[in-house]
Every structure is written in C-alpha cells, then in structure tokens.
Design a binder for this molecule. Structure first.
Ligand code: SF4
Length: 567
C-alpha cells in the first residue's frame, strides 16, 4: 500500500486549548488519503456507503462500556479487559476511542476492531490501521500506562494481529497528526489521489471529485463514476390539507377522501411540500435523521426554504462564497461566463428543436452567437443584464417555432412574450412551474454542497430570493426546464384543460402540475454526456456535480468553474 502525503515544509502549530482534538481515526485517514481526512475533519463532509455502514456496524457491536480501567498509578493493577475507553490529550492534540483495552501484568494493549479480513502484508496490517493503533498507544502512555504494543481484530476472518509500537510507527503517527493540523490551520486541501482504486470505494467520491479536479490540475481524463447506490426519488405532496405522518419505516400521506399512501423512507430522496400540507414531528425527525432534504414551497411552487439537507458541518464553502460575492471583479467575471453559458444553451436548444424556416433559424443563431460573445466582454453588471434580456427576447419569441403542428393546432400555447407575475397564458404558466422546480433543485443541491443559496454572484440579494440558486440555474433553464415544457406540449402530456384562467392570469390545475412534474422528473433521470468530463450521468446527478465543482472553484482549488454547455 502506498501513502501519498502532501509535502508541508513548515512545522505544525501546537494544539491550543481551543483547537479541536484530532481523533485517531482521522490520523488513520490522513495516512490513507490526506484529502479524505481533510474533507471529513476540516470541511465536515460525510457520506455513507456500504463500506462505511459495515464499519459502523462493526463498531456498534458491544457498544456498551466496560468497567473503568484501573488507575495507572496503581502499583499492582489487576489484569482485566474493558471496552469503549475514550482517552484524550490536549498536549498531543489527540483523542481516541479504544474498542477493547486489556491490561496484563501492568501493560496496556489497545485493540481496534476492523471489518473484513486480515490483509496478507509483511507488517500484518496496512499502515493507516497501524498508525491508528499507535495514536491509541500514545494516549495510553500519556495517561500513565505502559504500552508497547496494540492489536487489530479482523471481524470477518476472526484474526488478531499484533502491532508493535516501534519508534518509527510512533513518529509516523505524530507526523501525520501534525500535518493534518497544519493543513487545517492553513485551509490547505490536499490534492486528490491520482486515478487511485481507493477512490472507487470512497464514500466521499461525489464530494471530492478526484478525477474531475485532476483534469484541471494535469489534464488526466476522468473515469466514469460508479452509479449511485440508491434509486430513491423525490416525493411531492401538493394537495391542500394533506397530512404526512410516520408509521415505522414508512411515510404515510393522508388526503381526505382518499386511501392513505405509504412510501418507505428509503425510497425518498427528497420531500417536496407545496402549500398548506402538514408534516408530523415524528416524520420530520426521521427525515432529518436520515438526511432527507425537505423543500418547503408556496402553493405556486415558489421556493421558501429547505430543512434537513446533507450539507457539511462547516462553513468553509460558505466563507469562500461570501468572499467571492463581495469581490465585485470576481463576481462579474463569473457572471459574464454564466450569462454567456445560458445564451449558448438557449442557442443550442433552439438549433436542436427548430421546426420553422431554416433561413430564420440561421439568423437567430447568428444573433445569439453575437450576444454570447458580447456577454463575456460587457463592462459591468448592468450591461450584462441588458445583454441577457436581449437574448431572452429573441429566444422566447422564437419558442413557438419548436412546437409540432399538432401542438400549434390546439391554439392553447399561442404566446406573445414571457410574463411571470402572474403568468399571462398557459405557456407562461408552464415556464413558471418548470423554473420553480429548477430553483428548488438548485437550492437543494447548493445546500447539500455546503453553499448558501441566498447569496448570489450575479443575482442581487433580496428577501425571499435564493440568489445563488437563480445564478446557477441560468444555463440549465433551456436544457432542463424549457425542454421539459417543450416535451410536455409536443407529446400532448399537457392538454388545454390543464389550465385555469382568471382575470389575474393563468395557472396549471393540480392534474396539469402533476403531468409537468412527471415530465420534469423524467428529464432529470435522462443520462447525458458531461461536456467537460465526457462520461454519462443523469441530469439529477449533473446538478450535484456542478454544485460541488462550484465549491472547488470558490475555495480556489480549480481556477475556473466549468459551466454546463452541451454541444
Ligand atoms: S475520492 Fe479518492 S482522493 Fe477523494 S477523498 Fe476519497 S480516496 Fe481520497
């Protein structure tokens, strides 16, 4: 097993009284993959997979503590075995929980339980696990015990491996802890491993994006990421008065006059609650415990907030975001590229779906191409808004040229211009709902990535406006939201009676909404090739990859943010 360590020339600062103690498990991880330890310990990132779940099960066995260990000053301590012993040292800046501690003839031996089978390597175990034992031994010595060796117990092969605490192993453990503390103090994220097999099984792969970051570092082609572990889907509840409760492992949706609907928590990736629906405290607790995000929307699907999203337990990404948002020059550079990406995607969407006159299409393509170039050179945000508006006027005017003859014949989707408050006609009602769905999807993706959806780099802050979500969705409006609307109209999934019109405007009926939401979810599930990384992934995952890349860009790990611009 090889160990990649970033070269950190400066000595680590000593652990102060306010410094967090480094768990022995993190020292293990630092030696295994320094970036993994950094992401978990410094950035507060965590994600479960089958491996981590197995590890938790192994450590959960015999969870109860044993009798207290004897006083190390006792001149004749009894031989004994105890469990779950927590030791910490501010001087060393380390903390450890020892699975089993044995005392024989006054000598302490820490034993750590590991899932799986004993590896067949000369030292009896891999270096990270031996280092973890060394930290436990150091803490025992610090507490006054005699400790010259530890042991690893491999649960599957039921083998015990003796780990001598050599000076070399102790030095490696101290050096690893010191390097981790230094990296944390310097906010220096170690680089990803290069095409390592470790990454394929790593639960933090979707957070770390090792191959994607390495593409920026030295141009290596990324591997296709493994498919997602579960196929859970969002659960939408939009019926006024609906009640959501919990029955064991299931969510129970109750609507008056209808049979209860039961959905296993494990099948729900997100709860989307629109309008006056209620969620019981037990259901809320369980959703939060399982880290199922809950999106709260108005009856019109306008985003209010989310709870329970799986964001990191740190403000590293948010701090970087706020710094970027306050840097007018940096925010403008980002916004220029963002708007250029949106116009390019509008152009691509029109080109792909055009059903009108070919010469007219070429004129539109040329006008939008010109605006794309203009966007990246505008002097300020005001000019950028003007360019974006110019492109939007061209785009929406051309939109009816994408309809089939059958859709035109309905007369329902005749269209004058984009109108929002309220939508003036059926097509605008569809756009408004699809943009609301896109806003919600981005707000959740950003929160999960550790960013603040309310502070944008392009959209200005206003109460109730998720500015960063509105920023990030711009290039996705044509590709995701408008394409959902176009498919629903052209495929006849939205019929003329799916709308209610009033003097105030036009809205979708609940049935119409359901049809558009179903089309939206299908669109999210479609697999497309990532234009930068080349591999196939669903649009649902694409949003999360882009949100994580934004974190990598804002924290300075990659020099530019790769906007999603399909060809
Ligand atoms: S994905 Fe690879 S580089 Fe990233 S934290 Fe995991 S093991 Fe380390």
């Amino acid at each position: 097993m090889t160990t990649e360590q970033p070269s950190l020339a400066l000595p680590a600062p000593p652990a102060g009284p306010d410094d967090q103690l480094i768990p022995a498990r993190m020292v293990n991880e630092w030696v295994y993959c320094a970036r993994l330890a950094y992401l978990e310990w410094v950035e507060g990132q965590w994600a479960a997979n089958a491996d981590t779940a197995q590890g938790v099960r192994v450590h959960a066995r015999g969870r109860q503590s044993g009798p207290p260990a004897p006083d190390p000053a006792d001149p004749a301590p009894p031989d004994m075995e105890t469990r779950r012993v927590t030791l910490a040292s501010e001087r060393l800046g380390l903390i450890a929980e020892i699975d089993v501690l044995t005392l024989t003839d006054g000598a302490a031996v820490p034993v750590d339980h590991k899932k799986g089978r004993r590896p067949h390597v000369a030292e009896g175990a891999y270096l990270p696990e031996r280092v973890q034992i060394a930290v436990q031994g150091l803490l025992l010595r610090e507490a006054g015990y005699t400790c010259t060796e530890g042991a690893l117990w491999y649960v599957e092969s039921r083998e015990r491996v003796r780990i001598p605490l050599t000076d070399e192993l102790i030095a490696t453990a101290l050096s690893a802890a010191s390097d981790l503390r230094l990296a944390a103090a310097a906010r220096h994220i170690p680089p990803p491993l290069d095409h390592s097999a470790k990454c394929i099984r790593c639960s933090l792969l979707p957070v770390c994006l090792p191959d994607e970051v390495n593409l920026f570092r030295h141009g290596d082609v990324p591997r296709t990421p493994p498919p997602p572990a579960d196929a859970a889907m969002p659960l939408y509840v939009q019926t006024p008065g609906a009640r959501i409760g919990r029955s064991g492992e299931q969510l129970v949706v109750s609507v008056e006059g209808e049979a209860d609907r039961k959905v296993a928590f494990g099948d729900v990736s997100e709860l989307v609650l629109a309008g006056p629906v209620s969620l019981s405290t037990p259901a809320l607790h369980e959703a939060v415990r399982r880290e199922i995000p809950i999106a709260w929307l108005t009856s019109g699907f306008w985003f209010l907030t989310t709870t329970g999203s799986r964001g990191p337990r740190s403000a590293v990404a948010r701090r970087a975001q706020y710094e970027a948002a306050s840097d007018i020059g940096r925010a403008l550079r980002f916004a220029r590229e963002l708007v250029a990406a949106k116009i390019r995607n509008q152009r691509t969407f029109l080109r792909r779906n055009w059903r009108g006159d070919a010469a007219e299409r070429e004129t539109l393509m040329e006008r939008l191409r010109h605006l794309t170039e203009k966007a990246v050179h505008v002097p300020d945000r005001g000019a950028l808004l003007g360019t974006e508006g110019e492109a939007a006027a061209i785009y929406f005017q051309a939109f009816p040229s994408l309809f089939t003859d059958a859709a035109h014949a309905l007369g329902t989707f005749d269209y004058a211009r984009r109108s929002r408050r309220p939508p003036a006609d059926p097509l605008n009602a569809c756009f408004s709902l699809s943009y609301a769905l896109l806003t919600r999807a981005w707000a959740t993706a950003l929160e999960i990535a550790g960013l603040d959806p309310w502070v944008g780099l392009y959209h200005t802050e206003r109460p109730g406006r998720p500015a960063l979500a509105l920023d990030m969705m711009e290039p996705f409006r044509p590709i995701l939201a408008d394409s959902t609307v176009l498919m629903a109209v052209n495929n006849g999934e939205i019929s003329p009676d799916a709308f209610v019109r009033s003097a105030g405007g036009c809205a979708l009926t609940p049935v119409g909404r359901r049809a558009l939401i179903a089309g939206w979810e299908r669109r999210l599930d479609q697999e497309l090739s990532h234009p930068v990384f080349g591999y196939q992934l669903s649009m649902r995952r694409m949003l999360h990859v882009q949100a994580r890349l934004l974190v990598r860009y804002l924290t300075g790990e990659i020099s530019s943010y790769p906007h999603y611009i399909p060809r």
